[in-house]
Design a protein around this ligand. Structure first.
Ligand SMILES: Cc1cc2nc3c(=O)[nH]c(=O)nc-3n(C[C@H](O)[C@H](O)[C@H](O)COP(=O)(O)OP(=O)(O)OC[C@H]3O[C@@H](n4cnc5c(N)ncnc54)[C@H](O)[C@@H]3O)c2cc1C
Length: 209
């Protein structure tokens, strides 16, 4: 689910950064979670993409209860490490909702006419479960689906063979997804020759914050 927020007086984010969204119940109970920004820095609105988890406290509220026009409390932008500078080559690897900060990078590259700097590989169980699938494909992303065939590619996990053609000297890699996806994708990149310091990882774990 996409949320487009009008955040007055906000500071422009860098592509890759996230916000913390905080909900406060009438009895004072507070729940807060992190959400990556999907919009490009130049977008007048702040776009978040939230996956609804059936037993999720905050994501079900946002999906089922919040309505257009509601006020939400947000804090950000946060994160300096997982942010693309917009000027240097980068390899983006995302799994599931982990593609969200990568979409901000792609959108920024399109807006500044620097899509040539980015190589993108994304993975999900099915195409329907891949957020921003059309936009990512249009930007040249390689799509790896684990539960269904995609083109001539049978259902399978991301492999080094998928990433190898995207490798170029001088790239920084940005890896984002579940803890398991982030670990295995990072290992693939290091196996391809990336220095561990050139692989920046964002994990969408259950810990919240
Ligand atoms: C830096 C950062 C950026 C993030 N960006 C996004 C984003 O762009 N979009 C987005 O949808 N989420 C994102 N997340 C995850 C988000 O912060 C929440 O963890 C998620 O929305 C679940 O919150 P909840 O309150 O609905 O679930 P909770 O009530 O916290 O948890 C409900 C159940 O789901 C499990 N769970 C919690 N989080 C996850 C998860 N991420 N994946 C699988 N199972 C989980 C829990 O273990 C529990 O069993 C990000 C997390 C981080 C740390």
């Amino acid at each position: 689910m996409q949320l487009r927020l009008d955040v007055t007086d906000r500071v422009d984010h860098l592509p890759g950064q996230h916000y913390v969204l905080r909900l406060t119940a009438p009895d004072g109970y507070v729940a807060q979670r992190s959400y990556s920004v999907a919009s490009a820095p130049g977008d007048p609105l702040l776009e978040l993409f939230v996956e609804r988890l059936d037993d999720g406290e905050v994501s079900t509220y946002l999906a089922d209860v919040a309505e257009p026009g509601d006020q939400l409390e947000v804090r950000g932008p946060i994160g300096g490490w997982f942010a693309w500078d917009g000027e240097t080559p980068a390899l983006l690897v995302g799994g599931g909702t982990g593609v969200v900060p990568l979409v901000a990078m792609v959108r920024h590259a399109v807006a500044t006419d620097r899509l040539d700097l980015l190589r993108v590989a994304v993975s999900a169980r099915t195409l329907a479960e891949l957020p921003y699938a059309d936009e990512l494909v249009a930007a040249g992303a390689i799509v790896v689906l684990t539960r269904e065939q995609h083109g001539i590619r049978p259902a399978a996990r991301l492999t080094a063979m998928d990433l190898f053609p995207l490798w170029e000297p001088g790239q920084t890699a940005f890896v984002c997804g579940s803890t398991g996806f982030a670990e295995s994708a990072s290992q693939l990149l290091v196996g391809l020759g990336f220095a561990p310091g050139a692989v920046r990882v964002e994990r969408f774990g259950p810990s919240g914050t």
